[in-house]
Design a binder for this molecule. Structure first.
Ligand code: FE
Length: 226
């Protein structure tokens, strides 16, 4: 099986949010899709290990904030690489309440759903939600997972349904360290927390000591040379 084929599926980048006993919480998701148009229903897949999963089970409601290409990539770090169990993620981003649910203000659109069914898999719950509210927040192109991967240089958290271990992608462009002509490429510096690959014009070694990962906000010291 060539898992590179999975990379040919298209996904967006979303924050799925709900309440945890009156406290807003949420996590990133890329497996979300519209299932039917009338009534409008949405399916999202959330890992059992994500704290948001149990919160959606409790409240029976969730909101989908659809991130745009111009949304702050730091939002993905806050919602994708920290646990909502002991971290108030919504304290770090601008939010709004729409139809009684918290959404990310810097998203290009939101959809609020009421859970009408769910399916358990070995690792994830697929929630089926009836849409009760939706609106566009700003003019922007929705961020696709390909854009996140290729332009922002971000990676999937390990509990994403679409996560593929890099070692499983043998022969992928990501693993190439030499060019077609055989010349050695400059060393890559990759954030060990979120997988962000530094690609700025300034050599990584010359970045100031207070440099932080633009995705997860962790310091320069957590970057590893690849
Ligand atoms: Fe990072």
């Amino acid at each position: 099986m060539n898992k590179n084929a999975f990379r040919q599926l298209s996904y967006g980048v979303y924050v799925v949010s709900t309440w945890d006993h009156g406290r807003a919480t949420g996590c990133t998701a890329n497996s979300a899709m519209q299932i039917t148009s009338d009534p409008a229903t949405i399916a999202v897949s959330i890992n059992h290990d994500n704290y948001t999963n149990s919160c959606i089970q409790d409240t029976g409601r969730f909101a989908l904030s659809i991130l745009g290409e111009h949304s702050d990539p730091g939002i993905i770090g806050v919602f994708g690489f920290k646990s909502g169990k002991d971290h108030n993620k919504f304290n770090e981003v601008e939010s709004a309440v729409k139809s009684y649910l918290p959404v990310v203000a810097d998203a290009c659109a939101y959809i609020v759903c009421e859970v009408i069914d769910k399916m358990e898999t070995s690792s994830h719950t697929v929630f089926l939600g009836k849409v009760v509210d939706a609106d566009v927040l700003k003019k922007d192109d929705p961020m696709t997972y390909a854009y996140y991967h290729n332009v922002i240089k971000g990676k999937s958290p390990k509990n994403a349904p679409t996560y593929i271990a890099e070692e499983a992608l043998t022969g992928s462009a990501d693993s190439a360290q030499t060019s077609a002509g055989g010349a050695v490429q400059p060393a890559k510096y990759v954030c060990s927390i979120c997988g962000y690959e530094y690609d700025g014009d300034t050599p990584f070694e010359e970045l100031p000591e207070d440099y932080v990962c633009p995705i997860c906000g962790q310091p320069k010291s957590v970057f590893e040379k690849k």
